[in-house]
Design a protein around this ligand. Structure first.
Ligand code: CP
Length: 308
């Protein structure tokens, strides 16, 4: 089975059935990573290029491992030592990579829409690994996978997303994904970090984190993205942490079985305290584990052939 599209550019362009297909395919691939020989021949002879214009630990490594576990050849382009430094445009870089016949280009870029632009020029599949503050679809898919695995489904799940919503591509993709799957989503953060009109995406908006905790099945904390802020959006880190950080005190106001998610990287002591990040309800590292299975599923559904 394949996705009926060449590229994965956002959750926005996915139907509910396509998300279900990706999640169920990921479930079937998760076991591969627990084997002694962590490899299946499914994508032998295929080539995946990772083109990351922004720093990444989890996403880049996860796509590389996923490709290698499927027996594809994975090539990482380090933008810092590429011809981008000599002034080559994104389009020219993409066309030159295409000339080497890859099957898939995974791209992260600081500009919203960059993956969409190169997808129009390339015959190979393009996966958006995060574009500006726009979308991070593979992160939302692994978040949905993690919650579905724990709770058995996504319909009726109450998700609370807390933090820098304005700069968060993770928030945007998760709002789109979870609402498509029948979950209810509330976003919470300081007014300065809340984009105008965000409720049009189908979520509720609040600025009072403590009042929301008791009703959440899943609490997703977001990193404060200082690198994307052009001006100070809160008085101090201490103040932010007091109002919008999740620590043991606030967690006592949440459901005892509430699941804690964070896409990473985490700022310990800012949006999440160490005892919560490392505590029993934190799924932060499980999200990372599941990311490999979800990305294996994406490669399989976009560029794979018949399943062995
Ligand atoms: N979650 C995420 O995108 O992490 P990286 O920036 O390390 O890839």
């Amino acid at each position: 089975m394949k996705l009926k599209k060449k590229d994965l550019l956002g959750i926005e362009g996915l139907e509910k059935e396509e998300i279900e297909l990706i999640l169920s395919t990921a479930a079937s691939f998760k076991e591969v990573s627990t084997r002694e020989i962590k490899k299946v021949p499914t994508l032998r002879g295929k080539t995946v290029i990772n083109l990351f214009y922004e720093p990444s630990t989890r996403t880049r490594t996860s796509f590389e491992i996923a490709a290698k576990r499927m027996s594809a050849d994975a090539i990482n382009i380090s933008v810092a030592s590429s011809s981008v430094k000599k002034g080559e445009t994104l389009r020219d870089t993409a066309l030159n990579l295409e000339a080497m016949n890859p099957d898939c280009v995974v791209i992260r870029h600081s500009s919203s829409g960059a993956p969409h632009m190169i997808a129009r020029h390339l015959k190979s599949s393009v996966i958006n690994a995060g574009d500006g503050a726009h979308e991070h679809p593979s992160q939302a898919l692994l978040d949905m996978f993690t919650v579905k695995e724990r709770l058995g489904g996504l319909s009726g799940v109450r998700l609370l997303i807390v933090g820098d919503i304005a700069h968060s591509r993770v928030a945007r993709s998760n709002i789109l994904g979870f609402t498509k799957m029948g979950a209810s989503v509330t976003v919470c953060g300081p007014p300065t970090m809340m984009p105008e009109g965000i409720s049009a995406m189908g979520c509720s908006v609040s600025h009072d984190m403590e009042a929301l905790l008791k009703d959440a099945d899943v609490i997703m904390m977001l990193r404060v993205q200082l690198e994307r802020q052009k001006e100070a959006l809160f008085p101090s880190v201490r103040e932010y942490s007091r109002l919008y950080g999740l620590d043991a005190g606030k967690l006592r106001k949440a459901r005892k079985d509430a699941l804690i998610l964070h896409p990473g990287p985490i700022n310990r002591g800012v949006e999440i305290s160490p005892e919560v990040a490392d505590g029993p309800w934190s799924l932060i590292l499980e999200q990372v584990t599941n990311g490999v299975a979800v990305r294996m599923a994406l490669f399989y559904l976009l560029i794979g052939g018949v399943k062995e």
